[in-house]
Write a protein that binds this ligand. Structure first.
Ligand code: 5GP
Ligand code: MG
Length: 179
């Protein structure tokens, strides 16, 4: 039986999303022209709840688009290869893009996505991640807005799954599969 320990509570997550939204709002208020909107690119499925909470706190005009890249499946370590399962609807060209991910692990998925977006020549592209596990990094990715660094634990809840379970939990838990 898997054991779940609360790692980050819903109220702690709320503090982090509020702080991130304040920084993002202040920065993009200076960058966006009156006719421009920030294009928020949400990495499915994991960033679903993070995006919903963060976007409602961002005080500049936004649009939203989604991308889904290959993920872990039922395993707890990255396969190293990234595939596009669902591509963006919008053309990033000439837009200010903010990519949202709930957690940066090896960095492979995001470095793949950033290369693709940069090839489309956006005006700017930045990353906002709720969590990051720096000890797991294999590919460098610049996280412009980061909620918190975490140690190497497998986390579930608040969008994070294990074999598609646990995504809708309000808190984030460390999954201890040895129990
Ligand atoms: P990366 O390409 O950085 O190795 O993996 C990024 C994606 O893997 C994250 O956006 C997330 O969807 C998934 N991932 C990374 N660490 C965890 C974790 O601790 N728990 C879960 N459920 N997914 C994770
Ligand atoms: Mg993700």
């Amino acid at each position: 039986m898997a054991k779940l320990d609360v790692f980050l509570s819903a109220s702690e997550i709320d503090v982090l999303t509020t702080q991130l939204a304040e920084r993002i709002s202040a920065d993009y208020a200076k960058v966006l022209q009156p006719n421009e909107e920030l294009l928020v690119v949400v990495t499915l499925k994991g960033a679903l709840f993070f995006a919903a909470d963060l976007m409602r706190k961002i005080q500049v005009p936004t649009r939203v688009d989604f991308v889904r890249l290959s993920s872990y499946g039922a395993r707890t370590s990255s396969s190293g290869t990234v595939k596009v399962i669902m591509d963006l609807e919008e053309d990033p060209r000439g837009q200010h893009i903010l990519v949202l991910d709930e957690i940066v692990d090896s960095g492979r998925t995001l470095s793949f996505l950033f290369d693709r977006i940069r090839n489309a020549e956006p005006k700017s592209v930045k990353l906002c991640a709720l969590l990051s596990k720096p000890s797991r990094r294999e590919v460098q990715v610049e996280t412009h807005y980061l909620g918190r660094e975490v140690e190497d634990k497998f986390l579930v809840g608040y969008g994070l799954d294990h074999a598609e379970r646990y995504r809708s939990l309000k808190d984030i838990y460390a999954l201890d599969s040895t129990h």
